[in-house]
Design a protein around this ligand. Structure first.
Ligand code: XIL
Length: 334
């Protein structure tokens, strides 16, 4: 019988996976989720482009000018499934440059018109966060334990904030504002996270610490999420140092939020991937035992053929749902 990650790591952290709605119609996916995981993230269905209700918003621009309408049709099946099976949720994600409709940033919700000004966008940001949190708290109290408030705000290679419409309309305190509003409306028991990829690269890391410092000083952030879309090239020593640095510099907890490990070019890639997965998990466990608060460990999908990077076979089960060496690497690290 297959070992169960959620059982092996029950005393250590939540073990999660990203889930898409179509997978909940496939029996082998359902059993895998139930056996292996006690945490879930919607792969796409709680992103702004899924939650923002364009039709309703456009039906009465004056009414919705400061408070765009939201709906939760797309994520409901996943949330019901999680609730029924005692699985906790990571909310992903509120403020992001991507998968966020452009019309949100225009005064009349019309991309051929003028951009909304700072004051209006602050209202929209506040009301959006408020609407999502209030809905989650009233429909699914206690289901969510963490939310990615801001996603991917650092530029690649670091040294700057990513240019995006949030930055252009609100200005460079948009991250502080997002966390301020999130703190104001957060449901009880929810941790507020900043989430990013390559957040272990030194320049990017320092930039992130820089722009999160005022957020931490205001007491508005609880965690940093390491997406961890990596490969065997990722040095686990520097990765570990980054986790420790976020924790000591910002006083936050850490989660691994979107792990996948792209295959390398070797003929024996399943083995090198497996060895790497073990080494990676060992590093995480070592940090945890040294006192770095790592609270969840999420892989970004169920099996290679369902991965957003399916041609890089980065997951822990193959297309036939057989456990790969990378799965056994995660198991062996304990
Ligand atoms: C990805 C999903 O996996 C894809 O299905 C979608 O087409 C694009 O987004 N960083 C994130 C995730 O925070 O939301 C992204 O998910 C992967 C990178």
């Amino acid at each position: 019988e297959l070992p169960s990650l959620k059982e092996i790591y029950a005393e250590v952290f939540y073990v999660g996976t990203a889930v898409s709605p179509y997978q909940l119609a496939e029996p082998d996916c359902i059993s895998l989720i139930k056996e292996q995981f006690n945490s879930m993230t919607c792969e796409n269905e709680m992103k702004p482009d899924s939650l923002l209700d364009k039709q309703t918003t456009l039906s009465d621009i004056e009414k919705y000018r400061e408070c765009p309408a939201v709906h939760f049709d797309k994520c409901k099946d996943q949330l019901e499934f999680a609730k029924e099976n005692g699985i906790k949720m990571r909310g992903h994600t509120l403020v992001w440059y991507s998968q966020t409709p452009e019309w949100l940033f225009y005064k009349d919700y019309d991309t051929s018109g003028e951009l909304a000004d700072r004051e209006l966008m602050l209202k929209r940001m506040e009301n959006y966060i408020k609407s999502v949190f209030e809905w989650a708290d009233s429909e699914y109290p206690g289901l969510f334990y963490a939310w990615d408030v801001v996603n991917e705000a650092a530029a690649d290679q670091g040294k700057a904030m990513r240019d995006c419409l949030w930055l252009q309309t609100i200005g460079d305190d948009y991250i502080e504002k997002a966390f301020e509003y999130a703190r104001k409306y957060q449901p009880a028991g929810v941790k507020l996270y900043y989430n990013d990829y390559n957040a272990f690269q030194i320049n990017k890391q320092l930039e992130i610490i820089d722009f999160l410092r005022p957020v931490a000083e205001a007491g508005n952030i609880d965690g940093v999420g390491m997406q961890s879309h990596i490969g065997t090239w990722c040095n686990t020593e520097s990765y570990g140092e980054a986790l420790r640095r976020y924790n000591t510099e910002l006083g936050v907890e850490i989660s691994i939020t979107e792990l996948d490990i792209s295959k390398d070019n070797s003929e024996d890639w399943q083995k090198t991937q497996g060895d790497y997965a073990q080494k990676f998990m060992e590093k995480i466990l070592q940090l945890k035992s040294e006192g770095v608060p790592i609270t969840s460990f999420t892989v970004w999908g169920l099996k290679d053929t369902m991965s957003w990077k399916s041609n890089e076979s980065p997951l822990f089960f193959d297309g036939k749902m057989n456990a790969k060496p990378s799965f056994y690497g995660l198991v062996a690290a304990k």
